[in-house]
Write a protein that binds this ligand. Structure first.
Ligand code: ZN
Length: 325
């Protein structure tokens, strides 16, 4: 009996890292997640990632062949296998594929996390059959994967799509990239938490947040309080959605997409975020695009699109015999 051909897709986030064991038909057989804890440094993280991969794979080891591992990460450069100065990991430049090669002898490939999410949406999600679309990943940071005329947009250095670091406010919030006023300091899971803090400081409105330790406030709590009509939580979503709506209307003027797909923790709040986003998007959209661009909430949550995208990236690279380091 021939053994199953398996690949592993990994999505390294600023908060969580997700691992998926993916079979030949692109079904995720097993998912696993652990805290990235970037403070431990890249070396120690690579060791811990390898341990988690081996643990997840152990169940399938006897009946399958591991073809390769695709790794999605912020700041990842697929051309040289380096994770370059990721704002929310603070590792500087890390030869990540080289680090992982100490632990695995199979082909490895690195891909930008938002690009992996775009590949995942294209092949298995809401973007099936689309030639022009954009995926926004709204987690600890804000990533952008852009597909133009059927191809992922890499740019000259492989960095196309760093919309999260577009300045939207002069002298605005301090970003982990070193600049101030970046979009992701407002529109991301961590950005909305900062907005909640600002709103609490600048008003006397009653709110459940006032009984909480700031450190304990998570995206999930903000969304729960929003659904319970907590005034601060609702205002935080309105504020965030308005900024997001303007950013999306600007994106449309650059790329003329058929759809923009929103994924990541911030979007799990659903209509709390999407309602103000749609309204603002429609208001600011240039007339020629009106009625032509769909804003879609991803159906593949919890980093699944990036895990599947990373898995399919390594599989394609192996079959084409290119870019496998
Ligand atoms: Zn920034």
């Amino acid at each position: 009996m021939s053994k199953d051909q398996i690949v592993i897709g990994v999505d390294i986030g600023g908060t969580n890292t997700n691992i998926g064991i993916v079979d030949f038909n692109n079904n995720i057989l097993l998912e696993n997640s652990f805290l990235t804890n970037p403070e431990q440094g890249a070396d120690s993280f690579a060791q811990s990632l390898s341990r988690h991969i081996n643990k997840s794979y152990s169940k399938y080891k006897n009946d399958s062949v591991l073809e390769g591992i695709g790794i999605a990460a912020p700041g990842a450069n697929y051309q040289n296998g380096i994770i370059e100065s990721p704002a929310n990991l603070k590792w500087g430049n890390v030869k990540f594929i080289e680090l992982m090669k100490k632990h695995f002898q199979v082909p490895l490939a690195l891909i930008n996390d938002a690009n992996a999410a775009a590949l995942g949406e294209l092949q298995f999600g809401s973007a099936k059959g689309m030639n022009n679309f954009i995926v926004l990943t709204l987690g600890t940071g804000l990533g952008t994967g852009i597909v133009v005329d059927g191809h992922l947009l890499y740019g000259e250095n492989g960095y196309a799509g760093e919309l999260g670091h577009a300045i939207i406010e002069k002298n605005g919030r301090q970003c982990n990239c070193g600049k101030q006023g970046c979009l992701e300091t407002y529109v991301s899971a961590s950005g909305i938490k900062r907005t909640v803090l600002n709103l609490l400081c600048n008003s006397n409105e009653p709110s459940e947040f006032r009984n909480m330790d700031f450190e304990s406030i998570t995206g999930k709590i903000i969304s729960e309080l929003g659904n319970n009509n907590d005034p601060i939580a609702v205002k935080a979503y309105n504020f965030t959605g308005e900024i997001l709506g303007i950013a999306l209307s600007n994106l449309v003027t650059f790329f003329d997409p058929k759809a923009i797909i929103l994924s990541g923790g911030l979007v799990e709040a659903g209509n709390l975020l999407l309602r103000p986003t749609f309204t603002t998007f429609e208001r600011y959209l240039l007339n020629i695009y009106k009625g032509k661009v769909k804003i879609i909430k991803s159906e593949m949550m919890n980093g699944k699109s990036a895990v599947l995208g990373a898995g399919s990236f390594i599989r394609e690279n192996i079959s084409e015999g290119i870019n496998v380091i």
